[in-house]
Design a binder for this molecule. Sequence first.
Ligand code: BGC
Length: 346
Amino acid sequence: MAAMVSLACGGGAESTDALGVLRDPPPGDFERIPPEPGELDPFAQNARLGRGMNIGDALEAPVEGQWGVRLQYRYFELLQETGFDSLRLPIRWSSHAAETAPYTIQPEFMARIEWAVGHALARDMPVIINVHHYDEIQEDPAGHSARLAALWRQIGEHFADYPAGLYFEVLNEPKLDPMTDAAWNAVLAESLAAIRESNPGRTVLVGGTEWNKWYTLDEVVWPEDDQNLIATFHYYEPFSFTHQGWSGGGPEGTTWGTEAEYTRLETDFAEAAAWSASANRPLHVGEFGVRNVAAIADRAAWTAAVVDQCAEHGMSFAYWDLVSNFNAYDDVKGAWIPELRAALVE
Ligand code: BGC
């Protein structure tokens, strides 16, 4: 292994190895004071998330880098400098854990997540970590529920002393049959209990089925004795526009922006907001975005419309995403796509 030569001390220091290759610096310091049970107001915790960003296609790939994105130190700096408040990190734990009990997570993968979480918290940027792309549990919820809970038990214990700026999200996008509402509620109860064993005071995000649609939130069995939860949904409507040319979307060139389309979007958000008010649970829009093949004017208009709805209804958000195929940032040019930056944070 090449010898490491440290160029400076402390958090954020960059270092090069003997060949002069730039290495990721370690995160700086942050206080390890976990939230006490009952200490956090979930509405205030949701407000802290504010305007956030997903770094997709990195830790959610079967192996980081396989989908063309590796987390980089400069992404954390970039997000903060640009005015984003928080970060959502989609993570494929299921590819980095044993298939049999006790389902041990690979220590080097845990260390990688710790590095990423540390970089966010050291700059006081709240960060959500989730379980993403656990495809096997979608196919066999009951058969994988104990494994998901075991993953959360390990993640929970590992990060138990982390501050309130670290949020957990139980499972990205529970789908459909066999992940029915009943199946999801059973899985959720087991994993939430596992999280609460070591993290009684941490804020946890929970979404509904059908890929986290807002109208399935009402089917979630919300534990009456656990108020420290934020409800989350994903918004990609109309799918034909946002996913054009890919994954069941419409043809490339699908446009957006008629009066009826604006009205539809506002109606969807009004429905979500009405649920939030009646359930007394804050709402986070954990994913929304448009593929980068769409016309930029339409992408920006749709993104601005979603951001406006979030502001109107007091919802926090995380845009999908920074540098992959829904990207707001052009990593080749090293520049934001100005229209999207304007829609998201200006
Ligand atoms: C998936 C990504 C996908 C995005 C938009 C996310 O939940 O993890 O792979 O690009 O949704 O469909």
